[in-house]
Design a protein around this ligand. Structure first.
Ligand code: PMP
Length: 351
């Protein structure tokens, strides 16, 4: 069987070779970056160099970055302090957020049929809206979200996990109080991410202990992971071919009778979310896997559970959808072969 075609980069993108090489260089360092000896200093320099790389790619000052174990922890770090569960009035979160944000919400901001957040009720202590959706790729108007939050005088948190490498990051993002990221969506390793904290913004101490990350996140830093994240961030330009690949995919899936979710809404360059009438997306995922094509139905976090996608439900869409997400490593020939496999599993002649 030929090598599998991996089109599930919104679940995890393949590790970029530049990130891998950088990680191998520090993997055998015995050092805790907080040790005072020279080995410790080398570890410290490596994580600070990576902080600089990530900051440069994002266009923020390095001291705004707090390393975490990923976006789940970054979201929790941003939201716990003002969570309903901790005695605050709570967060209003969009209906299409990832579960790691929804978990902290005490009220829901609806989205319209195009998947865009459309109503901001008063009375919450913070607004949390994602930059772009992991299932549909639909981009939210974060500039407007920030403006509304400022008018209401409340906190604003943006889960920007799916944005980097897949879209130009809007300047308004950095006016939010906090922004969450995770490395494995953009060519870095799993288990490492960051919270970008605005100047003067106070976050809680979710993990108490040592003084790491200026007291905002205790625990020995994941040196190799952080180095991989920084190196991957310096190679986001390698994703520039995604838009052409998804345009090709969209032409192909339309020709097979698919309808694209969020068709007329701005979306990520790498994501195609498509419905095929009565075909169940979960069944299609399995049939495609047998053909050597790896995609998903909704998000990886929800797969394996029979529940409907909360994202499609919030948009008023019945049924299920296939998520195809390309990345830095995807080729045009892989897209073409995936479309042939799709035609086969749909029982149609390939074009
Ligand atoms: N937010 C969004 C939008 C995501 O897609 C994901 C990953 N599926 C997360 C948060 C959580 O990231 P991690 O699993 O790396 O903590």
């Amino acid at each position: 069987m030929p090598p599998a075609i991996y089109l599930d980069c919104n679940a995890s993108a393949p590790l970029h070779p530049h990130a891998r090489a950088a990680m191998l260089e520090v993997l055998d360092l015995p050092a805790n970056p907080h040790s005072v000896h020279r080995a410790g200093q080398r570890g410290f320099e490596a994580v600070e160099r990576a902080r600089g790389q990530l900051a440069e790619a994002l266009g923020v000052r390095p001291e705004r970055i707090v390393y975490t174990s990923g976006a789940t922890e970054a979201n929790a770090l941003a939201m716990a302090l003002h969570s309903h569960a901790f005695g605050g009035k709570g967060w209003a979160v969009s209906a299409v957020e990832h579960p790691s944000v929804r978990a902290w919400g005490s009220r829901t901001l609806p989205v319209d049929g195009a998947g865009v957040v459309c109503d901001f009720p008063e009375g919450a202590e913070g607004l949390s809206v994602m930059l772009a959706n992991n299932e549909t790729g639909i981009i939210q108007p974060v500039g407007e979200v920030v403006r509304v939050a400022r008018r209401l005088g409340v906190r604003v948190h943006i889960d920007a996990t799916q944005g980097p490498a897949r879209m130009p990051l809007p300047a308004a993002l950095w006016e939010a109080d906090t922004v969450a990221l995770t490395a494995h969506k953009f060519g870095g390793p799993q288990g490492v991410g960051a919270l970008v904290v605005g100047p003067g913004v106070e976050v809680g101490t979710l993990l108490r202990g040592g003084p790491q990350e200026r007291g905002r996140r205790a625990g020995t830093l994941n040196v190799a992971g952080i180095v991989g994240m920084g190196a991957a961030a310096s190679r986001w330009s390698d994703w520039s071919g995604c838009a052409a690949l998804t345009a090709r995919l969209e032409r192909g899936v339309r020709a097979l009778g698919g309808s694209i979710v969020g068709e007329s809404t701005p979306r990520l360059s790498n994501t195609v979310c498509v419905r095929f009438g009565e075909h169940d997306a979960g069944d299609l995922v399995i049939a495609l896997d047998m053909q050597g094509v790896q995609v998903s139905a909704g998000s990886a976090c929800a797969s394996g559970s029979p529940q409907r996608s909360h994202v499609l439900a919030a948009m008023g869409i019945e049924g299920s959808a296939l998520r195809i997400s390309v990345g830095w490593a995807t080729t045009g020939s892989e897209v073409d072969r995936a479309l042939v496999a799709l035609a086969t599993v749909l029982g149609q002649p390939s074009r």
